[in-house]
Design a protein around this ligand. Structure first.
Ligand SMILES: NC(=O)c1ccc[n+]([C@@H]2O[C@H](COP(=O)([O-])OP(=O)(O)OC[C@H]3O[C@@H](n4cnc5c(N)ncnc54)[C@H](OP(=O)(O)O)[C@@H]3O)[C@@H](O)[C@H]2O)c1
Length: 228
């Protein structure tokens, strides 16, 4: 089997880290991108220890030049061919609508929606070189259902859902598959900002989401919309 070449945004912790390690266990080349270089380096060490080949790229996806440069460097690491792009980087915070400032609203859209657009556009050429190219967009249950205090997050994830659904149709003829993953609450640092005393015992683990990503890549059909 050829060595898979996988690029994961937001690969420095949480769900992205688990996806990186899942593919590394099968010997993949995995490039991960995020802002925190210490976290990226720690995950690269885990990728290498798991049997893969890791590469860290520092990137602020809110800065679109930085995002394009990150894709360029990952593509160099892959010698020009990318098999799987996972648009996973994202932010979350809660605020009542009347406290949602324009700045925070724009940050949600910039990171959670425009970020995947910029990264995908830049990665398209390298994906087209692959024999089995695939793009996986990390949405959320908040792309299917509204939640109080989540106007900005839900709007960005509903947008990402639309991006993903339409992209699938646009890229079908090129043989590039597009999947959308809809995780429910998952035990990562992202949920640290959720107020109140709530039951964490039923949360997904990030490894559960990673397993769905692994299966989505390898499925022959039924890979398009996946709930976790
Ligand atoms: N946890 C959940 O309950 C849940 C449920 C449904 C969907 N999701 C989605 O799953 C994805 C991963 O979330 P997670 O739970 O793993 O959260 P997390 O632990 O907070 O990880 C988020 C990742 O995104 C990166 N990121 C954030 N802002 C960035 C920026 N400006 N530029 C580049 N990278 C950035 C972070 O790295 P840096 O901060 O170092 O940049 C980090 O690596 C997100 O898209 C999230 O919306 C999560």
């Amino acid at each position: 089997m050829t060595q898979l070449r996988v690029f994961i945004t937001g690969g420095g912790r949480g769900i992205g880290r688990s996806i990186a390690v899942r593919f590394a266990r099968e010997g993949a080349k995995v490039a991960i991108a995020a802002r925190n270089s210490e976290q990226l380096d720690a995950v690269v060490a885990e990728i290498d220890a798991a049997g893969g080949e890791g590469y860290a790229v520092q990137m602020d996806i809110a800065d679109h030049n930085s995002a394009e440069a990150a894709v360029f460097r990952a593509t160099e690491f892959f010698d020009g061919t990318m098999d799987l792009l996972v648009n996973n980087a994202g932010i979350f915070s809660m605020q009542p609508f009347e406290e949602l400032t324009l700045d925070v609203w724009q940050r949600f859209l910039n990171i959670n929606l425009t970020g995947p657009f910029v990264v995908t556009l830049e990665a398209l050429g390298a994906l087209q070189e692959s024999e089995r190219p695939h793009i996986i967009n990390m949405c959320s249950i908040a792309a299917k259902q509204g939640f109080a205090g989540n106007v900005g997050y839900c709007a960005s994830k509903y947008g990402l859902r639309g991006f993903s659904d339409a992209l699938r149709e646009d890229l079908r003829a090129k043989g590039i598959r597009v999947s959308t993953i809809y995780p429910s609450a998952t035990d990562t640092s992202m949920l640290a900002g959720v107020p109140g005393d709530w039951d964490k015992s039923k949360l997904n683990q990030p490894e559960d989401v990673a397993e769905v990503v692994w299966k989505a890549y390898h499925m022959d059909s039924g890979y398009e919309d996946l709930d976790v």
